[in-house]
Design a protein around this ligand. Structure first.
Ligand SMILES: [Zn+2]
Ligand SMILES: [Zn+2]
Length: 352
């Protein structure tokens, strides 16, 4: 169990115990994890939303004692809600930040992620648009590559597993001895788009957040990979930890019914993925969902039943305004020949 040291000068941070020697902290709507080894050393996995540096530091000091400093920061992926405080923390703690090579373009200022797909119901992710960075973060000076042999710097009891789909270089972390899994956003334990699920603390296995997932074939393969690890405990980027048979049976169902329950009915990336390489996004399927009636229909079908149509239409106007301000298209790297979307291999073969 966590033993919290008394510190009258800081606010108690509400961490939750996810597994032995794994503590979670929720910043607004996303989790990050403090993971310790038996010798008392520890690492931080992910870095929350912008502005959470102090909260993360205070939580670390509560768990590990004052002036606690990790051996490293590890990133499941580089989405804005997982890297908010990474630069400040890396600087302050003077520690390296480890990520997968395919995630590097989005962490070195080289490429933006593929644009999100608002047609699948952005929900609270759309509301969070004000938090999206205006350009890709650049933390080159702290970045290191995860070792190719699957070992995890600072965590000798863990392995990393490449779980692309939600992002090209998404990784999960697995501790074989008690089969604890930190899955990032490869799958999550509450409905990613639903603000209501955040409030009600619903605990159920879901596919990766739809709004930000640009390769569904790869995402399914990744969930399959994680399910085959037969995890006993899963702690994810969004939602509460799940364990045992409840976890495994829901993961089995998710793998089996993935295209029915996890993949949106329609949307920009359903039939063709965004293509990325080590330099960033190469191409994205055309944005075919930019019509008001369809956006209204989707928004209506998602979680907001009961809200007046007028409110929806207002929201959609707001969303489209936000969308226009997004910088993604300016940062895309377009340097290979156009991709043939009819080619079945193009859907699965785009991550070397
Ligand atoms: Zn994400
Ligand atoms: Zn996330």
């Amino acid at each position: 169990m966590a033993t919290f040291t008394e510190n009258k000068h800081t606010t108690q941070q509400k961490t939750f115990r996810a597994a032995p020697m794994v503590w979670g902290l929720k910043t607004v709507f996303v989790n990050l994890y403090f993971v310790a080894e038996p010798d008392g050393s520890w690492v931080l996995i992910d870095a929350g939303v912008y502005g959470s540096k102090t909260r993360i530091k205070e939580a670390a000091n509560q768990i590990f004692g004052s002036d606690a400093r990790p051996k490293a920061i590890l990133l499941t992926h580089g989405h804005f809600d997982h890297i908010g405080a990474v630069k400040e923390l890396a600087e302050e703690w003077d520690v390296p930040v480890y990520a997968h090579p395919m995630e590097l373009p989005y962490l070195t200022g080289r490429s933006s992620y593929p644009p999100p797909d608002p047609s699948v119901g952005g929900g609270m992710m759309a509301y969070m648009a004000f938090m999206y960075p205006k350009q890709p973060i650049n933390i080159s000076q702290y970045l290191e590559l995860l070792p190719q042999d699957g070992s995890v710097p600072g965590l000798p009891s863990w392995k990393w597993v490449h779980t692309p789909g939600h992002t090209p270089g998404h990784v999960s972390f697995f501790r074989e001895e008690d089969r604890t899994l930190i899955a990032g956003d490869a799958f999550i334990t509450r409905k990613g788009e639903s603000a209501m699920a955040v409030l009600t603390q619903e605990r159920k296995v879901h596919g990766p957040p739809m709004y930000f997932t640009p390769d569904w074939a790869a995402a399914q393969h990744s969930v399959e990979k994680l399910t085959s690890l037969n995890p006993e405990i899963a702690a994810t980027g969004h939602g509460l930890p799940m364990t045992g048979n409840e976890l495994r049976s829901q993961l089995d169902s998710l793998v089996k019914d993935f295209w029915m329950v996890a993949v949106p009915d329609s949307g920009r990336y359903v039939n063709a993925p965004a293509i990325a390489d080590e330099y960033g996004v190469v191409s994205v399927p055309p944005d075919k969902s930019n019509t008001v009636p369809k956006a209204l229909a989707v928004a209506g079908a998602v979680t907001l039943a009961g809200i007046a149509l007028a409110a929806l239409s207002k929201r959609n106007k707001k969303n489209s305004k936000i969308k226009k301000q997004r910088p993604y298209s300016h940062n895309r790297v377009m340097h290979t020949t156009p991709v043939d979307y009819e080619d079945p291999l193009a859907n699965t073969n785009n991550y070397p």
